[in-house]
Design a protein around this ligand. Structure first.
Ligand code: PLP
Length: 387
């Protein structure tokens, strides 16, 4: 098998699995229990949270552990209040989000009446559109650090600086409405060195499942001045923001995964950039969709006139696993809103393939994948010509 769909899922690394294992068995205690072994587990949980926080330049208290990135994104929007923002007649909705966001941001932003910010044809945020849409009513802006379909890296530090200026401007004019910047860094965590202060974000979503950690484990970084409302209430864990017995093995696994990721960041970047170069030179007859400003492990190709859904099926028969776009959109047979946003035609969208590289890939696999994709594309072209 040649797996080229790391943006959809990463395997849990052996080291991560080994670190998690004792917390399922011998160290199974509820961290809230009063006896010593439970207190030891509680302390280890806090240390693990500290490791995750430290990796993004934050402190353990700044993190709310969640059941994945979807939950973290939904929690971030509660900065607007428990209920969708009551926008009065003629008022701006107060929420801006990038039109290419993952569905877990888009859906909640739409629920709160958010307005989409445009991207340029290269997938990068249209800063002029953002500036034009910020009003005195704007309270939350959500822009992912790296897109999950294209790998496009957004200029978040620049957006952070812009938001800071808006804040200063409001203070000077005596306007008390707060403005927060949230970013979903699910995909970026793998290959970018993230620091919340440098980015100027107030909230940041993290996802263990994309960095060789367990699925269903994520975190939301929340700066001190942001007040969130819990989505569910109960035992009051995670500073009352996420009740429920702590997922100790999950958080230990997340901490191990993020530590490993940080350690291999530069080496991995170089490795994937090299694999990407090989793919782009050996593959034939494609248009490159994500030409610039993209994570090194994302290669998005367009074979105009060919049905990429069929390619996926034919490639799977030859042992190569790729995607057309976001796994959740593909499974619902929806057209990619991301590829449409960057101006691809329906036919280009239908012919687009996303290859995302990761840990189990090596150079030999990359050469082999290029050869198989070329063959399958040629066969498809011949077949459609004869139809
Ligand atoms: N945000 C981004 C950018 C993603 O790529 C994903 C996963 O595909 C998610 C959010 C959702 O993550 P999860 O399914 O772990 O909640």
């Amino acid at each position: 098998m040649i797996y080229l769909d790391y943006a959809a899922a990463t395997p849990v690394s052996r080291k991560v699995l080994a670190a998690m294992e004792p917390y399922f068995t011998d160290e199974f205690f509820n961290p809230s229990a009063a006896y010593l072994p439970a207190k030891k587990v509680a302390a280890e949980y806090e240390v693990a949270k500290g490791v995750i926080a430290h990796a993004i330049g934050a402190k353990s208290n700044d993190l709310v552990i969640t059941g994945g990135a979807t939950e973290a994104n939904n929690l971030a929007f509660t900065a607007l209040g428990a209920e969708p923002y009551p926008c009065h007649e003629g008022a701006a909705p107060g929420i801006l989000y990038l039109e290419t966001e993952h569905d877990s941001v888009r859906a909640v932003a739409e629920k709160y009446g958010g307005e989409a910010i445009k991207v340029l044809p290269n997938g990068v945020i249209d800063l002029a559109d953002l500036k034009a849409k910020i009003t005195d009513e704007t309270r939350l802006i959500s822009v992912s650090l790296a897109n999950n379909e294209l790998g496009t890296i957004q200029p978040l530090a620049e957006i952070g600086a812009l938001v800071k200026n808006v804040r200063i401007g409001r203070l000077k004019r005596g306007i008390k409405t707060p403005i927060y910047l949230h970013s979903d860094a699910s995909q970026a965590l793998n290959l970018l060195d993230i620091n919340v202060a440098r980015l100027g974000v107030d909230m940041l979503t993290l996802n263990a499942a994309k960095i060789y950690g367990p699925k269903g484990v994520g975190a939301l970084y929340v700066s001190h001045d942001v007040k969130l409302t819990p989505i569910s209430v109960g035992g009051g864990q995670e500073q009352g923001l996420r009740s429920g017995t702590e997922n100790v093995p999950g958080v230990i696994g997340f901490a191990t995964a993020i530590h490993e990721t940080k350690e291999h960041l530069n080496g991995n970047r170089k490795k994937y950039a090299n694999y990407k170069r090989i793919l782009l030179s050996e593959l034939k007859d494609y248009e490159l969709v994500n030409k610039k400003h993209s994570l090194d492990n994302f290669v998005v190709l367009c074979y105009n006139g060919i049905d990429a859904e069929r390619l996926i099926y034919l490639l799977e028969e030859r042992g190569v696993y790729v995607a057309t776009g976001a796994a959740c959109a593909a499974s619902k047979g929806k057209k990619s809103h991301v590829l449409a946003a960057i101006g691809l035609t329906d036919s280009q969208i239908a012919g687009s393939l996303r290859l995302t590289l990761g840990e189990t890939n090596d150079e030999e696999q990359v050469h082999e994948a290029a050869k198989i994709i070329n063959q399958v594309v040629q066969d498809e072209k011949r077949r459609t010509k004869n139809e």
